[in-house]
Design a binder for this molecule. Structure first.
Ligand code: HEM
Ligand code: HEM
Length: 182
């Protein structure tokens, strides 16, 4: 992935685009999800729209992550600078793998959550997303809700360490790693 002119190596353009597009969508998911759960809008069309926006965007993220994994396998990643301590290399790899895992599982939990409560999803109001499960007893649905909550927490913790890692590279080591993704 390094270039001939000694410029810093970067991810393929599609990877960079998908990285920042996903980041913006995830931010929106936390805003909408947090709003729904902690600021409970009154029942009505606005609440319905907010649920649909959150759920449709979550499904969109899932599809984008699948595409991203294929692009990643096809285009690879730039190497970390030679002086990078091995513990940093290992932590970075684990952080990225865990992020991909949670980004795949979390939308599936949300989707199971919504369908188990008896709320099938029409993607941005356009078409019904087929679900393998329908309405479940409340105890089962509540378990999916709990798992979706834990998934959001896991994602927050992983993003916290991810951003701390980016700050470490950008401000402390100043080793050009942040430019990989810009
Ligand atoms: C990466 C994708 C997603 C993220 C980061 C995310 C994040 C969140 C967060 C932070 C909340 C508020 C905390 C909570 O109550 O759990 C929430 C709630 C919720 N999310 Fe998601 N979500 C995602 C995908 C989805 C999808 C795809 C669906 C459904 C198709 C969905 C359905 C729900 C529902 C129904 C709630 C309301 C509370 C509940 O019943 O759990 N989410 N989500
Ligand atoms: C929802 C938000 C984000 C998600 C889900 C996310 C996820 C990821 C993933 C999975 C990778 C690994 C790419 C690969 O090798 O396949 C990555 C790389 C990277 N991310 Fe993020 N990221 C997010 C936000 C951010 C932010 C806010 C920053 C900067 C402050 C950032 C900086 C970086 C950098 C510098 C890399 C390249 C690391 C390297 O070259 O080894 N990311 N991101």
């Amino acid at each position: 992935m390094s270039t001939t002119y000694g410029e810093p190596a970067r991810y393929a353009p599609a990877m960079r685009l998908l990285h920042w597009l996903t980041a913006i969508l995830i931010l929106g998911l936390f805003v909408a999800g947090g709003w729904l759960t902690y600021f409970e809008p009154p029942d009505g069309p606005f609440k319905e729209e907010l649920y649909n926006l959150h759920e449709s965007t979550g499904v969109t993220v899932w599809v984008l992550v699948l595409i991203r994994i294929v692009v990643r396998l096809a285009t690879g990643a730039p190497k970390l600078p030679p002086g990078t301590p091995s513990v940093v290399r290992v932590l970075a790899t684990l952080n990225h793998l865990a992020l991909y895992l949670v980004l795949l599982v979390q939308p599936m939990l949300g989707f199971a959550d919504a369908n188990a409560w008896g709320a099938p999803l029409t993607w941005y109001g356009l078409f019904r997303v087929p679900s393998p499960i329908g309405k479940q007893p409340d105890t089962v649905a509540q378990q999916f809700s709990d798992l979706h909550w834990f998934g959001a927490l896991a994602l927050l913790l992983l993003l916290g360490t991810h951003i701390a890692g980016a700050l470490y590279h950008g401000l402390i080591r100043r080793d050009g790693v942040v430019r990989h993704i810009l």
